[in-house]
Design a protein around this ligand. Structure first.
Ligand code: PMP
Length: 344
């Protein structure tokens, strides 16, 4: 039941309809108007609430899920949190197979949200029976009535954004959006949103953001999987070492690559200039936007929307820790503004 006066039946009624907030300072050197779609306003603090709710409700509509059934996924990140949240409200069990690389904080957070967490060894190949992919697959196969979200290879991930993020942005910009800048991990956000927007106006430019160390940009340009593109990097949720089928490369016009270091500094700059405390990939997306701006790619009258996928609170031990920044060497080239605390 929908209520008036901002009273809701449960947190799930608050998924989606996130605000579009004008960027006033960080883009002030460039022509055009810039807006952030701030996904941390979702109740689970990220865009992944949309896909968790959509995929689970689609399984219900198809009669696959019954009360007491189990939802399975391989993630310690935002998707895990969102699935756990939806599972609690709807009365499902939630099993998350995570890598032993995941931080203790993350595992505690998921357990707090009622998830059963299987910690699987990080340094085994994806086809090893102990890997989190194989553990999740096995649990799903053995458990009747379970749903495996499998976000990288699930078209419903993309459909969730086609049905919500895309229409919201179109309405919020009154159809005047000229560019969309969005990070690509599973590719669900950018592909679903872009598909909807391009159906309304095929001239809208869709720009994907990729990490150095990921294959997505090269694959987009050549349609070939180039293993040489793959090496470790720090930003989580952006780029990939495989080609997800949830990504529709045809609706993306181009990819821009960003570095770990510049993305980290830009994330901190968003907090200091716009007063928004957002995640590492929001820094990455804004870094891409700056690179395009510096190339003179925007003109007066353009309306550019950049997606901010999650909240800064999930990165306290990383981008927002001076120690972590120092340990990565990210303060070496900057005039060590390590925002030291002042001791009285
Ligand atoms: N940012 C963060 C923090 C994420 O967790 C993800 C999802 N992996 C993305 C960006 C990218 O979104 P998508 O998977 O829809 O491409």
């Amino acid at each position: 039941m929908k209520h008036n006066n901002q009273v809701f039946d449960n947190v799930l009624d608050l998924v989606g309809n996130t605000p579009l907030i004008k960027l006033n300072r960080i883009t002030s050197n460039f022509e055009g108007d810039f807006y952030a779609k701030v996904e941390s306003f979702n109740p689970g603090n990220s865009s992944k609430d949309r896909i968790a709710l959509y995929i689970i409700e689609e399984a219900e509509r198809r009669g696959v899920l019954k009360p007491g059934d189990t939802i399975i996924e391989t993630t310690s990140g935002n998707t895990g949190f969102s699935i756990a949240m939806v599972s609690i409200i709807k009365g499902y069990d939630c099993i998350l197979a995570v890598s032993s690389k995941a931080s203790a904080d993350k595992i505690d957070m998921l357990k707090t949200m009622g998830a059963k967490v299987y910690v699987c060894p990080a340094h085994v190949k994806a086809d090893d029976p102990r890997s989190y992919y194989q553990v999740a697959k096995r649990l799903h196969e053995d458990m009747k009535g379970s749903v495996y979200i499998n976000q990288y290879f699930n078209q419903l991930n993309t459909d969730a954004h086609y049905n919500s993020t895309g229409p919201e942005i179109w309405k919020q910009t009154e159809g005047k959006i000229t560019h969309l800048v969005a990070c690509s991990g599973t590719g669900g956000t950018i592909s679903g949103t872009a598909k909807y927007l391009k159906e309304q106006n095929p001239n809208i430019k869709i720009i994907g953001v990729d990490a150095f160390g990921s294959v997505l940009k090269k694959y987009h340009e050549t349609r070939e999987f180039d293993e040489k593109e793959i090496y470790p990097y720090r930003i989580e949720g952006l780029g990939k070492n495989l080609i997800p089928t949830a990504t529709d490369f045809d609706v993306i016009d181009e990819f821009v690559k960003v570095t770990d270091e510049e993305s980290a500094h830009t994330a901190r700059e968003i907090a200091k200039t716009e007063g928004m405390f957002v995640g590492y990939t929001s820094g990455a997306a804004t870094q891409a936007l700056k690179q395009l701006g510096e190339e003179g790619r925007f003109k007066k009258g353009d309306k550019v929307v950049v997606i901010y996928p999650d909240h800064g609170s999930r990165y306290m031990g990383k981008v927002y820790s001076d120690k972590w920044m120092n340990d990565q060497g990210f303060f070496d080239s900057v005039n060590a503004e390590a925002s030291q605390s002042i001791q009285y």
